[in-house]
Design a binder for this molecule. Sequence first.
Ligand SMILES: [Zn+2]
Ligand SMILES: [Zn+2]
Ligand SMILES: [Zn+2]
Ligand SMILES: [Zn+2]
Ligand SMILES: [Zn+2]
Ligand SMILES: [Zn+2]
Ligand SMILES: [Zn+2]
Length: 274
Amino acid sequence: MAYHHQHDCLILSALGCGAFKNPPTHMASIFKSVIQQYAGYFKTIHFAIIDDHNTGNQHNPDGNYLPFKRILDGFRVNATTHELCVGMASGPFKITGKDQENMIIDDVYIFGLPPCQYGAECYDLGDVQHCQAYSHPPLCPQHGACEQFLADGMHRSFFIHRKKCQHGGECLHITDEKHSRQYEHPEFCPANSECLDTSKDHLFHYRHLPRCKTGPIKCLLFLKRDPEHCRSYLHCKIICEFGTFCVNFHDQEHFNDQLHPFYQPCPSTPFSCR
Ligand SMILES: [Zn+2]
Ligand SMILES: [Zn+2]
Ligand SMILES: [Zn+2]
Ligand SMILES: [Zn+2]
Ligand SMILES: [Zn+2]
Ligand SMILES: [Zn+2]
Ligand SMILES: [Zn+2]
């Protein structure tokens, strides 16, 4: 609501910890997780808290100020767009479309769908129909390297944590919607279609564009430098897995598409060569 009305700061209080008797440590950690979910939407959030006649009770023996200060004072989070997929939440919005550079968002998502009762621990996150019917929390912004996952149960229920796909950037199911909802894959290689690195390690740690089926030598669109085609397909040569021991070196097509640690030998026999 505040973001919708173009406010960039919030002033809140120890909400729920007075007459409603919620323990302040619990409320403050819920705030912490919600602030992470909305990272990037507000510059600052202030909590104005005084310990009045509603404090020093059974639910808040230390008052409300101290527990909030301990959990939230100086807490900063940076916004992230990493691994946000269609159908997920970003702050108050629902992502309805995405290409490599832009995200299309839909206004105010939080009231759009009923929340799934299993939240981030839902087993049906791979089920597109289920995700269209119920809202789920966003992905953990620390993706893959999350330090709060084991220690902080609150964080675990506020953010989805996906398992890393064992095939990394070389996964064959990377474009499969169901698979990519359940498993985490690496980001696109920063070199994009210009990437020449074909080492196993690099291909595992970065996602790459699909390789052009026609290959770098015969692809007319590549030779014409068709911008759309070159942006969508890789045209660099791959390293032949047989290397020095490759026996296919007389096959021109194979030699054009794959890199070898030697030059293509003369196709003529030593006798007929001039
Ligand atoms: Zn669910
Ligand atoms: Zn996490
Ligand atoms: Zn995978
Ligand atoms: Zn690359
Ligand atoms: Zn091509
Ligand atoms: Zn070869
Ligand atoms: Zn020769």
